[in-house]
Design a protein around this ligand. Sequence first.
Ligand SMILES: Nc1ncnc2c1ncn2[C@@H]1O[C@H](COP(=O)(O)OP(=O)(O)OP(=O)(O)O)[C@@H](O)[C@H]1O
Length: 593
Amino acid sequence: MMAADGALSFSVASVMETVLRQHDIQPRHLDLDSRRAEEIATRRYEATAWMRTMIGVVEARDFPAQPSEEEFRVALKSGLILCHVINKVDPGSVPKVVEGPCDPSTVPDGAALCIYQCFENVRNFLVAVEQMGLPTFEASDLEQGGKSFRVVNCILALKSYHDWKQTGGNGTWKFGGNLKPIASGKNFVRKNSDPFKNSLSRFISMNEASMNDQLLETENVEMPDSSLNMLLRAVLLDKKPDEIPMLVESVLSKVMEEFENRIANQFESVSIFAMLFPSLMSHKLPSCLAIILSCIFFLDQQTKDTRTGDSTLLKHTTDEIKMNDKKCALVKTDENLHKNSISDEEKERRHLKYQMLLDIQERDIKALKQTLLTTKAGMQFMQAKFHEEIQNLGLHVHGLATAASGYHRVLEENRKLYNQVQDLKGNIRVYCRVRPGRSDFQSVVDNIEEGTISINTPVKYGKGCRSFNFNKVFGPSATQAEVFADTRPLIRSVLDGYNVCIFAYGQTGSGKTHTMTGPKDLTENSQGVNYRALGDLFFLAEQRKDTFQYVVSVQMIEIYNEQVRDLLATDGLNKRYPFLLLHIAIITSKFEH
Ligand SMILES: Nc1ncnc2c1ncn2[C@@H]1O[C@H](COP(=O)(O)OP(=O)(O)OP(=O)(O)O)[C@@H](O)[C@H]1O
């Protein structure tokens, strides 16, 4: 509970002094500076006396009983006395004490080695002190200009530890003193405490910087009873009896205010560490140290600012290495604070709680890992399956493309063969159709065969029978469909790019219009060649729309009595068109031929 001790160990004297100033009572008879210097010297003498007792008269022959600060520092600089003392308190704490000559004057040519030996002793001592959980100091505090009061604090703490052991103390010793390193900041953070602030500003205004540090440190040291009594007596000496109760009451109220402020600050400290405790339990050591160092650094800065009130007044003599050393020491100190602040039972309970949470989290993580593995395996399986299916699809598409390519090659070949057949049949085909005869006329047709028609010749030309050959002869009973069936293949040739002409020839009333167009009462069955040819053209164009795009245009002209008339002309004037019935244009082709 060092933090608590620090929080509660405020200077009653400073509070009283402030209260007296508020009551316009000047402590004229008090020389606080010299009194505090006296207190520091008293503590140094106390530490010296105890060390002399521990190491014996012979070894302490060069160690004055009441040394000055410089004498004190020189005597301890070699580290020999410190190591011997701590080995007396706790044998074996410093296993190896370098006993070589450490005074450079005795070994003129071995100064470097001697300094190293001295440093090794001091370092071993500090390590041992740190392991005991006692406040430490820095090796540089034994140099000229160092903070010897920290050495004194350390030795007095060691003395307390020794006394505790002498009285039969066993187990882990918890430092209950209020000797606190200067950088342990939280006990300096105060709230709206005028007496405390006034006392701080008063100390900083002192001339010697080293004295500043010492006095600031002394602020946290419980004032000896003798000094407090002296102060009280001096204050009350020239007061009238009726003034004393009011003065005492004022002082006590200020003391209570200070006490409450310290308690509040301490509560904040505990809250911060309670908040950090789960992190400390659940994080790895480097993370914990990083958090603690951050907090300590923050508190340290806050403390320094509070002390000086102005950062420019503060001596920033610490370099980075010293700062790190200080923080490490503070980490240790605050760990001890934390350990002391929580009872073993509470600590064990929290430990079990966090351990349980940790186990649950580990289980969850394992389950998540398992799920992740399963999902990953599923994804890999799906991926492999998709990959296989895409490969199959690719092969299938490739096969289709090959088949389509083959199909078009075959189609082209077929078309060529088809048109070759049409050519072989003859570029010019002549068909004969015999219209049904009238009942009042005798027909001249004697006989009709596949491609031959026999006509009875009149007597004047010599009675007989003459035969005429055609590609095909259609008799009077031939239907419109039968006539068109023989011309139909030529329509396909039109769509393949061939020029085709179909025309009817015959005398008036022989049935040309009937064959090419149909009767007046047009039905589907009675449609002539023109309707059927156009119907076929659009049907084939629709069939081939995925491959070809056709544009169809139509003209209708009439040649009668050697005059050409455009039957679709709306003005009726343009009658000189060339002989052209139908024009089919292939605009685009989706496949190359
Ligand atoms: N195969 C046939 N079956 C039935 N009736 C027919 C047939 N051929 C022609 N006719 C009829 O004979 C008549 C004359 O036919 P159509 O008008 O087609 O002759 P045309 O050759 O066109 O005459 P024109 O040269 O004077 O125009 C029409 O009434 C027509 O219906």
